[in-house]
Design a protein around this ligand. Sequence first.
Ligand SMILES: *Cc1c(COP(=O)(O)O)cnc(C)c1O
Length: 400
Amino acid sequence: MADMKKLIEKSNRYLMSTYKRFPIVLRKGRGCRVYDTNGKEYLDFVAGIAVNVLGHSHPAVVVAVQKQAQRLIHVSNLYHIEPQIRLAELLVENSFADRAFFCNSGAEANEAAIKLVRKYSHDHFGPDRHEIITALNSFHGRTMATLTATGQEKFHKGFEPLLEGFRYIPFDDLEALEKAITPQTAAVMLEPIQGEGGVRVPSPDYLKRVRELCDRNELLLVLDEVQTGIGRTGRLFAYEHFGIEPDIITLAKGLGGGVPIGAMLAREEVAKSFVPGTHASTFGGNPLAAQAALATLEKVLEDGLLLEECKEKGEYFMERLRELQKEHEDIVLDVRGLGLMIGLELARECTPVVEEALERGFLLNCAAGNTLRFTPPLLVTEGEIDRLIDLLHDIFGRLS
Ligand SMILES: *Cc1c(COP(=O)(O)O)cnc(C)c1O
């Protein structure tokens, strides 16, 4: 007991207060379960916020990291890197893209995408055409450029002046987008499904129409798949659901199965604007991270089994949440999502629900203040989903 309390005291003493943390220290994990330093078990419906697609310490990832650590942990991108090459090949052969660039996080992947948009537009249309249109309620990261791309004032406050050249439109509003396009517009950058914004799924034909608008105006379409990518929605990439191909996508969260790695993928014609010297990352796609990603991706793609299961379990999960909504109409406003990226919008703040769930051995996450966001490992079972539904029935029953 003292162990955990002492650790938390030191955490509060030595770390910058950038996170509002729940009062537990997690030490161990297997599959969909994690354990704190007191040995208490939690069923994990957060999974590092859509990171641990294969659950915790999946043997395929563990073995890949162990072997690679013994062979070679890091070498510079001054040289060709074997796992990075194999990873790029696998991503390219399973997507619209022709080339990959690797970095270490979602923000960096988006930063790279923003730079590629500017460079491409500069190369083809001259220096004045550099604006990027993004959506309100979006989330693209915390670096200065991705913070500016993020269409939420609460994240901007205190960090002005922001970067020049961004314009915001309401998500899922085609007319607003059409009106926002000017001769200076270079690209449209969107999450296929808004994650931090509260799991917002656009109308079925929205992205198709956005693609058409981009084509008509010679704009690049950048999709931020940092959260939706790597099987989360039941397809390897979320754009596959919408019958379109983007020009650029960014990846990170699920890509390394828990090991930090980010990627930006692009079509050949666009990728061409990056040449030696235009962009780089010391750790980007280093042997250890790339090998972890390779193991994760191979597992996700294996027979397409995991993707099929993700789709089925997602449907089961949503169905059970809709039943829950019917019984607790005063508390549950909406159920939405795709695959295993699911939001349950409540008529109230969801932090008290998350706190009680924690107490009772469940890790839950809250997005946009009032939406419970479920992003469990893709391996979550129907039995585990049932346990969560029982818990929510119980909590909501006492709340109303
Ligand atoms: C988490 C997230 C990011 C930022 O990723 P980091 O690895 O935290 O920099 C960017 N875009 C989306 C859609 C995300 O969900």
